[in-house]
Design a protein around this ligand. Structure first.
Ligand SMILES: Nc1ncnc2c1ncn2[C@@H]1O[C@H](COP(=O)(O)OP(=O)(O)OP(=O)(O)O)[C@@H](O)[C@H]1O
Length: 250
């Protein structure tokens, strides 16, 4: 079990407000980790720290070390390189207002790929990996906004995959979707771990239990427990974890 990302003694502040407190956690290669916890406990802030999305927010402070494959992502890596390695999928599907093809080709073009046949190959491969190819192969030049919500979210996953990241962050990627679309995305996430390290924020205990290998329970800015998902759900060590997953609070 190789650690892909090691977070060591992370503190995070919005202004004077400390929202993450002494977080130590590792994320393992080819595994899915679910981040769970009540609203406001800092899950989204934590996820955004992992690809430096908070860089643009004023008055924030990050303390501690976050190391990706041996390199500190704040001290020794620029955000562009980081975001190529660490992709993100958001809660609400957010395709760009352009064609399906151009959405997927966007990242590779930004990174300098111009040859049509190379782009065609990346678009097809990414859409296939996102389980969307068969549904859109005959209308690649149609607007991405013409797709259903579930298709749009799979397109956003294809867009993230197109730059060949190593880690994929997902912030409640199914919360805006119906059960059928959710189930498709869950199947897709499960296949992604063959090639990627996946970290997903979810409010659904069932989803965490269904798809993740590891679960991390956050409460009031602290990491209470991080274990194999099976242990978190069958025999949590901490009473607060047990209370949360059994619906006693949160
Ligand atoms: N841009 C911001 N500026 C100031 N405070 C913020 C900002 N974003 C979040 N916060 C605060 O930081 C804390 C953690 O928020 P965060 O969104 O990370 O929690 P969360 O666990 O993801 O919540 P939810 O499950 O509701 O999405 C909250 O108290 C929130 O109000």
């Amino acid at each position: 079990m190789n650690s892909k990302i090691i977070v060591d003694n992370l503190n995070f502040y919005y202004g004077n407000m400390k929202v993450l407190n002494s977080i130590d956690i590792s994320f393992y290669e080819n595994s899915i980790t679910a981040l769970i916890g009540p609203s406001g406990c800092g899950k989204t802030s934590f996820l955004r720290i992992l690809n430096r999305l908070n860089d643009t927010v004023s008055n924030v402070k990050v303390e501690g070390n976050i190391v990706l494959d041996g390199t500190d992502i704040y001290k020794d890596m620029d955000p562009i390189t980081l975001r190529k390695k660490v992709g993100m999928v958001f809660q609400k599907p957010n395709p760009f207002p352009m064609s399906i093809y151009d959405n997927v080709a966007y990242g590779p073009r930004v990174h300098g790929i111009k040859k049509k046949n190379e782009l065609n190959e990346i678009v097809e491969r990414s859409l296939k990996s996102a389980f969307l190819w068969d549904e859109v192969k005959d209308r690649l030049n149609k607007s991405a906004l013409s797709l259903s919500g579930g298709q749009q979210q799979r397109l956003c996953i294809a867009r993230a995959l197109a730059v060949e990241p190593e880690v994929i962050l997902m912030d409640e990627p199914t919360s805006a979707l119906d059960p059928i679309a959710t189930s498709k995305i869950e199947d897709l996430i499960t296949t992604l771990k063959e090639n990627y390290t996946v970290i997903i924020v979810t409010h659904s205990m069932q989803q965490a239990a269904r798809i993740s290998d590891y679960t991390a329970f956050f409460l009031l800015g602290k990491l209470v427990e991080h274990e194999k998902t099976k242990y978190i759900f069958e025999s949590p060590r901490d009473k607060r974890t047990k209370d949360y997953i059994t619906g006693m609070f949160g």
